[in-house]
Design a protein around this ligand. Structure first.
Ligand code: MN
Length: 425
């Protein structure tokens, strides 16, 4: 696991106007992404304040060759080479003598298009938010919310990589098969119970060969970075289709991610101890147990969800916060889910994306989905302008946010993860 160094120094400042004190991207963050201007080619960049630096244009100054339309090659590098790149960028963007040479390659982030940061070979979604698992489990199986495997197995399913989109790409309400409780046979119709899921995404760095595993003590070295992930879910389709094989069309119609990759290196100061398991819960099996991972394998990140309805937008109202809570409400660490995924010899590859599963806090001000906030649609959420929501309506925009905080360090954020719901086609 990477260490705290001069790149995290809270006294470090940048010559880029507006970067110091920026809520998401001060110089201590330095997240990577892929951008284009107009119809221009896709290129790698690092975000700094409200700007980005075109890394392909300054490649000669960097210790790592960075070109092309994806970050897969960067993810695949050994951790020490990624660290060397971070240290060089920190120096270039903080030392004033680099300003004249680099200024021509800074762009306003508001003027560019952001793309998926990687060619995503595979996407797997886990279910490690234990309060979410309890809340949802209770709605689907009132007498049996948490199945007995939950505390032994980091539960997951294979999702769909092709329908992942970066922040800002609208979501078309999916159509599908659902069976209303009073009906004898299912109907095919637009989802009437469209929901979001607040998750963190984990970008896989160095992979493992087919047939080989990733020991828990090495798992952190296989994680390149993190993003926000909205795992849009059609709860009506889900309830009808999920047994016996798990989620399918209820979740693969689109997932939205934040386009900036907050690196594992940037998050070094924000690692915290994995919360103790409740009395009586089993200790993780040995292949999932690592003392160092337990000591600092969790993330000191505050997560939030905001909603902006069409009416609110028309009235010029700001987005309304639906919930906020810490990312530490995960029953398994990210290292544990990586190790578990490869434990049967399944090969992870650079640019694979893992979702943590919905992260809910124990209390309702931190619930990570509308399904939980509205108690399965029975208690609509009241919005400040008088509107109510049990599930998402057309025109609604969902905005996820994440900020990493630790005493003595400059907070860093994840940037935007937002998308508006369009009517079914
Ligand atoms: Mn999910």
């Amino acid at each position: 696991m990477t260490m705290i160094d001069a790149t995290h120094d809270p006294a470090l400042t940048s010559w880029v106007p507006g970067a110091d004190g920026h809520a998401d991207f001060p110089i201590q963050n330095l997240p990577y992404g892929i951008f284009s201007i107009g119809d221009g080619e896709k290129r790698p960049a690092v975000a700094i304040g409200d700007k980005l630096l075109d890394l392909s244009a300054v490649s000669g100054l960097l210790p790592v060759e960075l070109r092309g339309a994806t970050l897969n090659a960067l993810f695949a590098l050994p951790a020490e080479r990624r660290l060397a790149l971070r240290r060089k960028l920190s120096e270039l963007l903080s030392e004033d003598n680099h300003r004249p040479a680099l200024t021509p390659y800074l762009h306003d982030r508001s003027a560019v298009t952001m793309h998926l940061p990687a060619a995503i070979g595979d996407y797997t979604d886990f279910y490690v938010g234990i309060h979410h698992a309890n809340n949802i489990g209770r709605q689907f199986r009132p007498d049996n919310p948490l199945l007995p495997n939950y505390k032994y197995v980091p539960i997951g399913y294979h999702g769909r990589a092709s329908s992942i989109r970066p922040s800002g790409v609208p979501l078309v309400r999916p159509k599908g098969q659902r069976k209303p409780p009073e009906a004898d046979v299912p109907v095919v119709a637009p989802s009437a119970r469209l929901d979001y899921e607040l998750e963190l995404g984990v970008w896989i760095g160095r992979g493992n060969a087919l047939g080989e595993t990733i020991p828990i003590g090495e798992a952190a070295d296989h994680i390149a970075g993190f993003c926000l992930l909205n795992d849009w879910s059609a709860r009506d389709f889900q309830a009808w289709e999920y047994q016996p094989l798990g989620p399918f069309l209820a979740k693969n119609f689109q997932s939205t991610i934040s386009p900036w990759v907050v690196t594992a290196e940037a998050l070094a100061p924000f690692r915290i101890a994995q919360p103790e398991r409740p009395e009586g819960d089993p200790k993780p099996l040995p292949y999932l147990w690592d003392a160092d991972d337990q000591g600092r394998g969790a993330l000191g990140i505050e997560l939030g969800v905001h909603l902006l309805t069409a009416k609110m937008r028309e009235a010029g109202l700001p987005p309304h916060r639906l919930s906020k809570g810490p990312a530490s409400n995960m029953y398994w660490t990210v290292a544990q889910i990586v190790t578990h995924h490869a434990s049967n010899g399944c090969n992870l590859q650079p640019g694979d994306l893992l979702g943590t599963g919905t992260i809910s806090a124990p209390s309702e001000d931190g619930f990570g989905s509308l399904m939980e906030l509205s108690r399965g649609g029975t208690q609509p959420v009241k919005l400040p302008n008088g509107e109510e929501r049990s599930f998402l309506q057309d025109g609604d925009e969902v905005l996820l946010s994440a900020t990493a905080r630790a005493d003595g360090y400059v907070p860093i954020g994840f940037g935007e993860c937002r998308a508006v719901v369009l009517p079914a086609r």
